[in-house]
Design a protein around this ligand. Structure first.
Ligand SMILES: Nc1ncccc1[N+](=O)[O-]
Length: 239
């Protein structure tokens, strides 16, 4: 998979050199380049923003640098991903979809955002997805790219040593995963649930499924809304 990230703060993306993403890059699973948008400016001040038409506070990112940047970096198989509070919620399903794209091009907006014509023109020559991490406003898209890149990269074959951990994790099957425990068996008067030390794999699997559903009902009832009225039962929980 090839990934290009365009930003006016390239140093913000330095964490993409670390840990498992850095390893994915070194082993060739992931080809990633971070670009400074000002590369595509030609004035002495390397201007990337201007005042908004229609008035209002703040500045808007000019279309010309973005257009020339996309001319150089994009192709018809490119998927342009624009993090923005006005985007669709970024979910594990989207992470899974992105992880099978041959080329992701991230555009990090700053200020009040990017001139809308950049998105509209890009949509005439490549797939475009505007995604949001949540209902709050960040300074720009860079932090969102770090989050999306972590969620996507860990799904790439060969990145996680044990691919099995992708199976049971939260949101992989639409419910939250059960609580996890390790040694010691007792810690500050708190015991590991006996079933997990029973060696009975059928009972353990059942306990984990029920605990995951119980946790989902408590923390994220919205994930179980499709079960309402179906008569589905979770021991000790009102679905
Ligand atoms: N919430 C956000 N605020 C600014 C830029 C991007 C954002 N996001 O969620 O992707």
């Amino acid at each position: 998979m090839r990934v290009d990230v365009v930003t006016i703060f390239p140093e913000y993306l330095a964490p993409l050199d670390l840990s498992l993403i850095g390893k994915a890059r070194r082993t060739g699973i992931l080809e990633l380049a971070v670009h400074d948008l000002r590369t595509w400016t030609h004035d002495v001040h390397r201007t990337v923003d201007d005042t908004p038409y229609g008035g209002g506070p703040g500045m808007v990112m000019r279309p010309e640098p973005w257009g020339q940047c996309f001319d150089d970096l994009a192709s018809p198989s490119t998927h342009l991903v624009v993090p923005t509070p006005a985007g669709a919620p970024f979910t594990q399903d989207l992470a899974r979809a992105f992880s099978s794209d041959p080329h992701l091009l991230f555009a990090c907006g700053r200020y009040e955002g990017i001139d809308q014509r950049v998105i509209d023109h890009a949509a005439t020559r490549m797939r475009v997805s505007e995604v949001s991490l949540g209902d709050y406003v960040l300074f720009g898209g860079e932090v969102a790219v770090l989050v999306v890149m972590e969620a996507v990269t860990r799904l790439l074959p060969g990145v996680l040593g044990n691919a099995d951990s992708l199976v049971e994790e939260s949101h992989s099957a639409g419910v939250l995963e059960a609580p996890m425990y390790t040694k010691p068996p007792t810690w500050r008067g708190l015991d590991v649930p006996e079933v997990l030390r029973s060696g009975d794999h059928g009972k353990i699997a059942r306990w984990r499924r029920e605990e995951g559903l119980r946790r989902t009902a408590a923390q994220r009832p919205d994930l179980l809304s499709h079960l309402e009225g179906t008569g589905f039962q979770i021991p000790g929980v009102d679905v």
